[in-house]
Design a protein around this ligand. Sequence first.
Ligand code: XMP
Length: 538
Amino acid sequence: MSADIEQADAPHQTFDTLLVIDFGSQYTHLITRRLRELNIYSEMLPCTMKAKDLPFRPKGIILSGGPASVYDADAPHADPDLFEMGVPLLGICLGLQQIAWRISPDNVVSGDKREYGKATIIAQHHNTPVDRLFEGVEGNVWMSHGDKLSALPAGFCTIASTENSPYAGIAHESDPIFGIQFHPEVSHTPHGKRLLRNFALDICGAKPNWTMSEFIGREITRIRDLVGDKSHVLGAVSGGVDSTVAAKLMKEAIGDRFHAVLVDHGLMRLNECAEVKKTLGEHLGIDLTVVDASAKFMAGLSGITDPERKRKFIGNTFIDVFEETVIEIEKTVENTANAGKIEYFLQGTLYPDVIESISYKGGPSVTIKTHHNVGGLPQRMIDGAGLKLIEPLRELFKDEVRELGRQLGISEELVMRHPFPGPGIGIRILGDITLERVTIARQADHIFISMIREAGLYNQISQAFAAVDTSKVGDKRVEGYIIILRAVVTTDFMTAEAFKFDMDFLMQVSTKICNEVNGVSCCVYSTTSKPPATIELQ
Ligand code: XMP
């Protein structure tokens, strides 16, 4: 449903767009990332997409790599009509083999030997437009393939080779169709971004105008057109980057017809509610309702130790409280000068969530545990309250959301904030949740994060926190809980490494927590990566 609404007027309608067709490579989304870094708007769609169903006309098409061989019985193949659209086309790895196989299946050899790792590319010049792809591209490239070309497809010439791959780069002699065997999107191909730039700008002629300052203006217009000048929009906020940026954008677009709700479940970080009130309500001028439902959450959580049950209880109670609040807000809305109906529900979906849902063969991600802070909220708002979804960040990657936040005047501290799970401290107390334990977790977390900030390490770490292990250690003199400190570095939160602190720093944190937080007698640091561990401990 949301996709239909959004597709009607998504950025691909107003920005020159490069389409990336996904054949299931773990690197596909990086092609889109690199193009965006070059200020070229790009979207990814699965290889099952037919040319006739494309929701927009791309300036160029890139066929990604993928794990299949063109000879596999169930191999995915690009829609032949994509080749007839008259737009430039670049095939990467399997994408190259798709191009060759289409012209003649004998041009591809099934890989008996995989080539994985670095290779050195030698560009071949023809003094014709085919040279444009490799302009300024030389040196190392990253290979990861089984199949490769055994012969040039008819009408093509070689534009690059490596020791193992004589047809590492090919181009059609008259049409703008190119293929490369290596991966320009990975950081191990130092000139890969230059190659993508050559393709997008020089060959496709795309305008490099994808910037967040350009996006804001267009997005505000899009939101205004969609919402109209009477309807109201409602959104849940958490104090995190995504919901704050989405809320501020709505405020810019429709002013006080946007209403934010913060449900305080009593499991937020130290002083967090007060800070959100100040930031969203006072600084950003957003109409914010804060509901203190902590007593209801704490009462219901008493005795629950299983983390999945905690998540479910918190998620469901969140929805109950939210729905009650909506009824109150609706009454207020009806009586204001701005009177109108609440028709939309704001959701801070980001592009990685979209990629995950459309990625061919599941993509790089697998759902590990029930995650969503407000699990089920959008669906219940759609079914029950008859609200339509609005997702203004749906096409953005996290770093683009951060940049958008800066452009909207949100402070650097908030923009760079580590993620915080919806169930909050509730899943950072390993065992039964009590007020005493919540207080301990909050204080320990505050000390850890403050010391990380003071040491200038905050932005080097993707996420850090303190959790409480509720089994007590020590003896009668100093019996107390164990605090587990965790800090990880990750780009996608699907895999992560523990941050390598200096031992002296960890000892100082440990001393301060044990000295200052009543009820703690020991601190440990979790050094396990994900996998096998997860970022949250449960
Ligand atoms: P894990 O623990 O799965 O965490 O490695 C990956 C990222 O997701 C966050 N996380 C959650 N976020 N509700 C949320 O909103 C949850 O129940 C939840 N569990 C984990 C975690 O903090 C990390 O950023």
